[in-house]
Design a binder for this molecule. Sequence first.
Ligand SMILES: [Zn+2]
Length: 161
Amino acid sequence: MEKIKHAHGFCPHCGKAVGGAAQARYEGSPLRTCKKCGGTYLDDRYSEVALYGEPENVHSVMPWLKGAGILLVLGLAAAGFNVALLYFENSYYPMLWVLVVCSGIGILYELWQVIGVKTGRVARAYEKKRQASVARLQDPDYARLLAENDYPVPGEYLKNE
Ligand SMILES: [Zn+2]
């Protein structure tokens, strides 16, 4: 039984920052090696996608449309506030225009993903990541190590010990 420590922003062995934003999410092996001390740790921001079900947004456009809708409301509210401020006070908040531009870019991205779901591009990208994940799990040592650290590894990866 090999229990590996989780990194919460810092290497649990030497304290080196693991880098990147705490709320970031990546597809890939959660098992990482510290660049400074060479110790291994688990980074919960990474997920081995083959261990989990397919996310809803691979085949459904609804999550993307909801995201676009929220950004639209946000962008319109920010734009409306600044326009009203310009009209009544002859001034505006520059940050609100930045917010308007960012929500516009966000809406374009969400719509690009809607098209991607329709054309199968999103599903193909997901399938590629899933297959890479399956390939990693076919290493029985790796699969057992994840299972021993409470990852939901299916029995098919643990048979050949
Ligand atoms: Zn370290």
